[in-house]
Design a protein around this ligand. Sequence first.
Ligand code: 13P
Length: 287
Amino acid sequence: MLVSAKDMLNKAREGKYAVGQFNINNLEWTKAVLLTAQENNSPVILGVSEGAGKYMGGYKTIVGMVNGMLEDLNITVPVALHLDHGSYEGSLKVIEAGFSSVMFDGSHYKIEENIAKTTELVKIAEAKGLSLEAEVGSIGGEEDGVVGAGEIADAAECKLIADLGVTMLAAGIGNIHGKYPENWKGLDFTALAAIKEATGDVPLVLHGGTGIPEDMIKKAISLGVAKINVNTECQLSFAEGTRKYIEAGKDLQGKGFDPRKLLAPGFEAIKATVKEKMELFGSVNQA
Ligand code: 13P
């Protein structure tokens, strides 16, 4: 059964580790993430952007697929199905479809409007026992059409949003989606410490997990980050595994064109990346 991300994130914050959110794109992705979580006895959050939701056929299709897999594959670790960077309307749609967790990204609105819309969604999520992530200070880079300039969130604004009763808070600290540019200055730990100080116990979320050096990940966790989002890195691993298979001409040998064979190296590559991240984030054996 899908669960809200609330308990797993509060436990992570207290235990000084982070739960990974891995974005999914199809059946292979979903199966790879779920099996890896189970094998490593780790809680996990499946992230779905609005673009990925559309790609997979719609939110109901995803809920059906994930719930079916939890049962068929005997997944017993805590799993949350979470909307990533949702609009207000998208948030309502996934709640209706049966997601267990929602991110409402109001970071591009003026703070008053972000507060108003987040307040509404806190009420709805609470009534249904779902977890809600809010965002202050947009994350840089582009993800599925959501473009952010990479602001550093203002600690006072973070407090205003945290005090609304959100389950978790994403705050921009120089992190960006996708690969980091050569001249990236790194995470702003002074800003993170100020945000932590202002927001108290709410678990903090670090977006743009791809390519952040290990020492920065560990420092961020020590400063209150309890959820880390990874998307691009699984895509790169999948693409690399698939490319090697094709380049080796394996699709041309025997029944190598069978999608169950063709997609297997990419599937294994996602599993390896997810396992590596779970070890780095410290969520192994925390289910
Ligand atoms: P990356 O694609 O950089 O890993 O970021 C993922 C993310 O933050 C999803 O919201």
